[in-house]
Design a protein around this ligand. Structure first.
Ligand SMILES: Cc1ncc(COP(=O)(O)O)c(C=O)c1O
Length: 393
């Protein structure tokens, strides 16, 4: 079948590809430890599940307005206003079936052939894929690996060109866990001050998972609210990946455009899911706090143990639930080591190059798994790497 040329740019999401392979091995009887998937291993808080079930029983089974139910949009606007210290109107909120559609809508609405989209490198793979799919050019700006993948303001300044149309920021970052500092955000806003034609997509889906310091948004910087799309959602914060619920905070001029796009593509987020989302935002936050606390202890332990493994160095990530160790000291490349670990030890994790050229030589390990499983995985990795090191000595 002849496909549209743009389909040549689509690559499957690396985590879904590895998950499929790991599941096939599991079905064949192997004991697999899943460190490849980017979703909390916690249950959705009980009050949220109850609200969703009650909504279904109560007839919330229909289309909603394309932008989402006003009660939820208002609650999100209040939440964003409180957490980012800005005034946001409910009409600026687009409720979407997950955070991912916001990436798609934003890129589709703004960029076309000849345009450039600046992306941190390494970063979440969908940005580059959808940019190329839209016919535009992804421009990878390396993060500073020596400073725990901190933002490199000089590299960013050098990458800005007359063709730049969109800049993607992701803090806390998938895959590195790095968090943008106040200084970096101020420097980015300063550099963009004389480029009002450039829009920022700030992917803040991990905004509630910050262990050191606080979450900061570019939205707060002067002059940025008029041209920043913030992506956030419920998938990670409330362990709701399968419910499909995310949102965009949009500049007033862009809101009707993205709402029209959504009305043509997905219509709206599911009705009962939106009711559950409202219960999540308005209800007790103790489950979220407990989950974040648990992630923090796992992070400390996983990173400490990774740094004891031969050939591995790992920076302490300030947020999200990923570690991104440098594995170049093992003498293997990331694709080979990820493949060996899955095949020989049953530990499923991801090769860093799937997140961009600067990710090569690293692995992404999600610590959204029980401490006992993380310990078992690190034991197995340790045995494998020690055998490798002995064979090489
Ligand atoms: C950085 C980043 N943005 C967006 C998403 C998409 O989230 P959702 O499941 O809500 O579509 C993810 C999920 O892994 C992510 O890591």
């Amino acid at each position: 079948m002849r496909l549209a040329g743009r389909m040549a740019h689509l690559t499957p999401s690396p985590s879904f590809t590895t998950l499929a392979r790991a599941k096939a091995m599991e079905a064949a009887g192997h004991d697999i430890i899943h460190l490849e998937v980017g979703e909390p291993d916690f249950d959705t808080p009980a009050n949220v599940v109850e609200a969703g079930v009650a909504a279904l029983r109560g007839g919330h089974t229909r289309y909603t307005p394309a932008a989402g139910e006003m009660a939820l949009r208002s609650a999100i606007a209040r939440h964003v206003g409180d957490t980012r210290d800005v005034d946001v109107a409910p009409t600026q909120i687009l409720v979407a079936p997950g955070g991912k559609p916001v990436i798609y809508y934003t890129i589709m609405a703004l960029v076309e052939a000849g345009d450039e989209v600046i992306l941190p490198d390494p970063t979440f793979p969908s940005y580059a894929t959808i940019t190329a799919y839209a016919g535009a050019t992804p421009v990878h700006v390396p993060l500073d690996a020596e400073r725990g993948f901190a933002f490199d303001v000089d590299a960013f300044a050098a990458a800005l060109s007359p063709r730049t149309r969109l800049v993607v920021l992701n803090s806390p970052s998938n895959p590195t866990g790095a968090v943008l500092s106040a200084d970096d955000l101020a420097a980015i806003a300063r550099l963009l001050a004389d480029r009002p034609d450039v829009v920022v997509l700030a992917d803040e889906i991990y905004s509630r998972m910050v262990y050191d310091g606080v979450h900061r948004s570019i939205l707060t910087e002067s002059g940025m609210a008029e041209r920043t799309v913030v992506l956030d959602g419920f998938s990670k914060t409330y362990a709701m990946t399968g419910w499909r619920l995310g949102y965009a905070v949009l500049p007033p001029a862009l809101a009707p455009i993205l709402i029209d796009l959504q009305s043509n593509i997905t219509s709206c987020a599911a009705d009962a899911t939106q009711v559950a989302g409202l219960a999540a935002l308005d209800g007790p936050q103790a489950d979220v706090e407990a989950m974040v606390h648990t992630f923090r202890s796992r992070r400390d332990r996983v990173v400490a143990r990774l740094n004891e493994l031969p050939g591995i160095r790992c920076a302490l990530p300030a947020g999200a639930f990923y570690a991104f160790p440098d594995i170049r000291g093992t003498g293997l490349d990331d694709l080979t080591l990820a493949d060996e670990l899955l095949t020989h030890t049953g530990v499923a994790l991801l090769a860093g190059r799937g997140f961009g050229p600067a990710g090569a030589g690293h692995l992404r390990l999600s610590y959204a798994n029980a401490m006992s499983n993380l310990d078992r995985a690190l034991d197995r990795m340790g045995e494998h790497l020690t055998t490798l090191a002995r064979a090489g000595a």
